[in-house]
Design a protein around this ligand. Sequence first.
Ligand code: ADP
Ligand code: MG
Length: 256
Amino acid sequence: MNKPILKLQNISYSYHSLSGEVPALSNISFYVNQGEFLAVVGPSGCGKSTLLSLIARLLEPESGTISFQNPDGSLNYPGIGYMLQHDHLLEWRTIFRNITLGLEIQHKMTPENLAYAEHLLDEYGLKKFKNKHPGELSGGMRQRAALIRTLVLNPDILLLDEPFSALDYQTRLSVSDDIGNIIRTTGKTAILITHDLSEAISLADRIIVLSDRPAVVIRDLPIRLTTHDHTPLGARSAPEFRYYFNLLWKELSHEK
Ligand code: ADP
Ligand code: MG
């Protein structure tokens, strides 16, 4: 558990456009342990999505290094699963054909992988919807299907870019609880971007706080809640919750 699977050291990144240079990240360093649930919070536009794109290797850092250590000691870059605000389910495919899309693209439609897809659908309450189309599912179920589509590829690290922010508040609480549980039971390492401080405190083992653009790490905060009830409501009623919330709020509003 306490072994870093991924380490970022002095990462900087700027966008270059016709109107000039936009520095997005400045000298960012942090690590993520194997099996850890890390949340990243920061003001809108500070560079959070950019950070995930760098980890996913969709962008190359301008300077700094991203290194990793696979649990089995292998030197492959960790398998990355990406989940976004919009589920991007394809309406013309059934739920089963949506969740196996990645397998199809990667030519991995093996009987074992298809059985795993069936197992995940069953385990996470979507078995009945296997042959339905996305439009027939609620927003929460769709996000669960999007998570299964990611898990079926058995990624080492899950990157979640504000995956609940398109949902209404009620659904958001239950889906974040649901998805938090799924990630914990599968023992996946996860990095969750969110601007919802309560969500970050109730889900994460540790929170990285970023400043305004260009983002620097202003806090690396371990979260310890003395409650066994890790549902969103349970976490919110833990005695430490208010302390963490106030601390993060102050960090982000420069009220120190
Ligand atoms: P966040 O996810 O924290 O809201 P982003 O990582 O999406 O922020 O963006 C960081 C900054 O970089 C923003 O100011 C945004 O406008 C800018 N930016 C993002 N993508 C591009 C791009 N392709 N070209 C130029 N600027 C960009
Ligand atoms: Mg973003």
